[in-house]
Design a protein around this ligand. Structure first.
Ligand SMILES: Nc1ncnc2c1ncn2[C@@H]1O[C@H](COP(=O)(O)OP(=O)(O)OP(=O)(O)O)[C@@H](O)[C@H]1O
Length: 331
């Protein structure tokens, strides 16, 4: 096992009282896996990752990371891991290649080897000809790949990536996913945090979902989706004022759960969504209510999150909405 953590807790003391950022996390990451840590803002992803990377001490709990005990041998852990923070770690004015070599030398890598390995990683991560460039002149995607080179230069077995693709355009994200898959092919284990459900789905062998400092779901993306009962149905109404009438009809359908209204949309979950639609549409029509559209979809990771927490984890915005703006399920 590359990571084995038991009962990790981290409480921050603040002027306004204690913040219970991580409240008893158990997790396992096997050798060679890409594991995604998914959750909304403030769920405790970064804090958990920083504990596992020895950057902050757990308030309680224990872990073995890359074969070393976190509390007994943090230096051993640090030598065997790479950590790429959310904000990156390169200085804007610095020369890209110099940053990489300096970073490698912190880990005791000799200069000649650092240059050779760095130049090879620049090729592998699609940064050809950029060794002498100032970091600030690189594009967002290039800078993120440079951050990853910094995390890899001492040849770690385990690499932590905190939100590796936040702020990148879709093409740069897809490109970075491919590089992350390549790391695994090279034998590394990857543990990453993300807000993006599609990223977790496409890239990760296994997903851990965290909310309010606790793991609420764990498994392969497909397994998690199978836990959600039924398909999602969304009805778009011509007139939002008719939502209560539609909600009432939907609530009476046998097997309908998670009925939710948001303006002119009524959404719910139901087994065999496609086959209940004809009679549902007849009932809605019989009430004289006009629909603009109907969608039925197989369970997504967002549905998993909704089922586990009663809240939606949106994947369509750069910055997820604050908690008070999140949709509430209608009882
Ligand atoms: N140094 C700190 N002092 C006080 N509170 C902190 C500190 N670091 C994190 N927190 C709080 O702990 C909670 C968890 O934060 P954390 O950064 O781990 O969440 P996250 O899931 O990584 O969120 P994001 O997706 O926004 O990065 C939040 O309420 C945050 O405000």
């Amino acid at each position: 096992m590359m990571i084995e953590a038991r009962g990790l807790v981290r409480t921050f003391k603040t002027k306004r009282g204690p913040v219970h950022a991580v409240q008893g996390v158990d997790l396992n990451v096997a050798d060679g896996e890409i594991v995604g840590f998914l959750g909304p803002n403030g769920a405790g992803k970064t804090t958990t990752m920083r504990m596992l990377a020895t950057l902050i001490k757990p308030t309680s709990g224990s872990a073995t990371v890359a074969g070393c005990d976190l509390a007994e041998d943090p230096v051993g852990v640090r030598r065997r891991i790479g950590y790429v923070p959310q904000s990156g770690s390169t200085l804007p004015e610095a020369i890209a290649g110099d940053e990489v070599v300096d970073h490698a030398r912190l880990y005791g890598v000799d200069k000649r080897k650092a240059i050779a390995d760095g130049e090879r990683l620049f090729e592998e991560l699609d940064l050809p000809g950029l060794w002498r460039r100032q970091c600030k002149t690189l594009s967002g995607g290039q800078r993120r790949r440079l951050d990853i080179v910094m995390g890899l230069i001492h040849d770690p077995k385990l690499i932590f990536l905190d939100e590796p693709t936040t702020g990148l355009d879709p093409q740069a994200r897809a490109n970075l996913w491919e590089h992350i898959r390549q790391l695994r092919r090279g034998g590394a284990t990857v543990f990453l945090t993300t807000h993006y459900l599609d990223e977790a789905d496409a890239l990760c062998d296994r997903i851990l979902v965290i909310d309010h400092g606790r793991i609420v779901a764990a498994g392969k993306p497909e397994e998690l989706k199978q836990q959600v009962s039924g398909d999602g149905v969304r009805l778009s109404l011509a007139d939002a004022s008719q939502a209560p009438g539609v909600t009432k009809i939907v609530a009476e359908l046998p097997g309908a759960v998670a009925v939710e209204t948001d303006g002119d949309v009524v959404a719910f979950r139901i087994p065999k969504g496609g086959s209940v639609l004809p009679s549902l549409l007849r009932s809605i029509d019989a009430q004289g209510i006009e629909l603009h559209g109907v969608e039925v979809h197989r369970p997504t990771l967002d549905d998993v999150f909704l089922t586990m927490t009663g809240r939606s984890l949106r994947d369509d915005s750069e910055t997820p909405a604050p908690a008070e703006e999140e949709k509430e399920a209608v009882a």
